[in-house]
Design a protein around this ligand. Structure first.
Ligand code: PGA
Length: 257
């Protein structure tokens, strides 16, 4: 983390978990734990069907609500989809784009990720753009090349004045939901590489200001060490974000002096 230059963001990614009833129970338990505002921003990305309720429940708290996906068009014949404008209109602030599960199961490509990033920014949402390598790619030694490519694709055509709203999440696919976490050195190396790409594209000042998270089996035990890395500015958290006490422990790790 480097709080002098950029925001630390701890974001939960609930994926396809929690009914409305469970969402309410989570909010009732989590809200009183939050205490007074500190440095770190807290985001909860929840299933679409629970977005409005979550926004209502976390009104008057320091938790922002995010969606887990969006379409790249603002309206039209796309059965089952949601546009960034629709999300913005109900009070959504963030949207996860290009999560590896969406790339794997729903044909999300670097090309659609780019279109979605631009559409989200245009609508006034903050995209959390996920990039990450598979185990095979890591073993082939192409991690940094691949991440550089993914970041460049995601940002193609994104104007400098919109860039400060973009958040990146480095999520090695082999670490997601597996209990295997990247070492802090591995997380730092890739997050630093992402910042290098941003520096080349947008200059040093912008690169310094962009929040880059790590995601992949982050939990209360490993959060502090990961967040101590200079280029790891937060976490995108799946499993541990489903439990209020675990998520709070990670928020506390991010808020340490
Ligand atoms: P995990 O998921 O924390 O359960 O590994 C992270 C993510 O997929 O964003």
């Amino acid at each position: 983390m480097n709080r002098r230059y950029r925001k630390t963001i701890i974001a939960g990614n609930w994926k396809m978990n929690k009914t409305l009833t469970e969402t309410k129970a989570f909010a009732e338990e989590f809200k009183p734990m939050l205490g007074r505002p500190k440095w770190c921003e807290v985001v909860l990305c929840v299933p679409a069907v629970n977005l409005q309720a979550a926004i209502r429940m976390f009104k008057d708290s320091r938790v922002s609500i995010g969606a887990e996906n969006c379409h790249y068009e603002s309206s039209g014949a796309f059965t089952g989809e949601m546009s960034p404008e629709m999300l913005k209109d109900i009070g959504v602030k963030y949207v996860i784009i290009g999560h590896s599960e969406r790339r794997q199961y729903y044909n999300e490509t670097d090309f659609t990720v780019n279109k979605k990033v631009k559409a989200a920014l245009e609508a006034g949402l903050r995209p959390i753009v996920c990039v990450g390598e598979s185990l095979e790619q890591r073993e082939l030694g192409v991690t940094i090349d691949l991440i550089t490519y993914q970041v460049k694709c995601a940002l193609a055509g994104v104007p400098a004045e919109k860039m400060r709203h973009v958040v990146f999440a480095y999520e090695p696919i082999w670490a997601i939901g597996t209990g295997k976490t990247a070492t802090s050195a591995e997380a730092q190396e890739v997050c630093e590489a992402i910042r290098t790409v941003i520096r080349k594209l947008y200059g040093a000042r912008m690169a310094r200001a962009v929040t880059i998270q790590y995601g992949g089996s982050m939990n209360p035990k490993n959060a502090q060490e990961l967040l101590a890395q200079p280029d790891v500015d937060g976490g995108l958290i799946g499993g541990a974000a489903l439990k209020p006490d675990q998520l709070m422990d990670i928020v506390n790790a991010a808020n340490q002096d």
